[in-house]
Design a protein around this ligand. Structure first.
Ligand code: SP5
Ligand code: ZN
Length: 347
């Protein structure tokens, strides 16, 4: 299997994140995650680890707003020019625009708050380069599946599914899966299936108004879990201009309760897979967060490694060329074997 990896993620290494109550916690979305996955893969004879190719900005600008991408690319230097320097934390706002705000100020902290929705996506010196490389990994994987591969795996760090058209958050800056999915629409009908523990609010934001990508997310119910404001079952997407014969729009959410185990998860996945089949998707992008795993420090689900393999087996049985993209997953010591369990059915 072709696996795309860039070491540019190492330099994106925030020192901490801010939890509820202002608790400073060591940054969970850390370089060690990818290091573990990579070294687990390196011992396998079927893993063909490749460097990504550079697709430039065009595929990114087809998904994200240009002013947001400009901001991501330029703001760190501006921050330093203004005399700030918090070496390992970079730029992190603490004020966010209330609903209905109409003015984005020139002030750098005002702009930072405008473009992010929580305290987990600081901008460091090398954050933008890391995010670009992650996008190139996803796009390289997408290209591989258009070239006849049954599946490809993109090791994307930082992850992407919480990043919307013009916002970062949840450790995400550029939406790797959404950019790859959008790129794939030139080659056929595309579905995204997001199995990260958290609702894919960024992916939902990007495709909600569009009638051309089926976007499905299975996740912890946002009525009790992050990202709280998105991922409800009644959010089904805006009606497309052309009738698709496929319900109101092309977003589907499957919120699940705390302590969801293998059996319930797999039956929900079965429902989601029926949608993908009836949509007749020619390409599938799997936003594959492993924070569904029972030992994950952020998750509450009880999915076992066997359960993860069953998830992989079920999705592989769809027989759709599939790009598998990393998202969350913070039980670092289990991450390598969890991804291997997911990938094996696609070999
Ligand atoms: C890509 C991804 O999985 N992003 C998830 C970001 C979730 N951040 C939420 C942090 C809330 C942590 N609450 C921890 C309570 C510890 N007991
Ligand atoms: Zn997650």
């Amino acid at each position: 299997m072709k696996i795309f990896y860039s070491e540019n993620h190492y330099q994106h290494n925030p020192a901490f994140e801010v939890f509820e109550g202002g608790v400073k916690n060591p940054y969970l979305e850390n370089p060690d995650r990818m290091e573990r996955v990579l070294s687990a893969l390196q011992s396998l004879d079927w893993a063909n680890i490749l460097a990504p190719t550079d697709f430039g900005l065009e595929p990114i600008l087809s998904v994200h707003d240009a002013d947001y991408v400009d901001y991501l690319g330029a703001v760190y230097d501006e921050w330093i020019r203004q005399g700030y320097e918090y070496k390992q934390m970079g730029l992190l706002p603490a004020t966010f625009p209330p609903r209905g705000s109409t003015h984005m100020p020139d002030n750098i902290l005002g702009r930072a708050g405008w473009y992010t929705f929580d305290l987990s996506a600081p901008i460091l010196a090398d954050t933008y380069q890391a995010a670009l490389s992650a996008v190139n990994c996803a796009l390289s994987g997408a290209k591989a599946v258009t070239g006849g591969e049954k599946a490809a795996f993109a090791l994307c760090r930082p992850p992407g599914h919480h990043a919307g058209k013009s916002f970062s958050g949840g450790y995400c800056y550029l939406n790797n899966s959404a950019i790859a999915a959008n790129w794939l629409t030139s080659y056929g009908r595309v579905a995204i299936l997001d199995i990260d523990y958290h609702a894919g609010n960024g992916t939902q934001d990007i495709f909600y108004q569009r009638g051309d990508v089926l976007s499905i997310s299975i996740h912890a119910d946002p009525s009790f879990e992050y990202p709280y404001y998105c991922g409800y079952a009644d959010e089904t997407g805006a009606p497309p201009e052309k009738e698709t014969g496929f319900g109101p729009g092309l977003q589907r959410n499957y919120p699940l309760p705390r302590a969801t185990g293998d059996e319930k998860y797999l039956s929900t996945l079965g429902d989601a897979m029926m949608l993908i089949q009836s949509y007749e998707a020619g390409y599938l992008v799997l936003s594959a967060g492993m924070d569904i795993y029972k030992d994950d420090p952020l998750g509450t689900f009880e999915i076992t490694r066997d359960g993860i393999q069953e998830i992989g087996r079920a999705i592989a049985s769809l027989n759709i060329p599939t790009l598998i993209v990393t998202e969350g997953g913070y039980a670092n010591e289990a991450l390598g074997n969890n991804y291997i369990a997911l990938l094996e059915p696609f070999i």
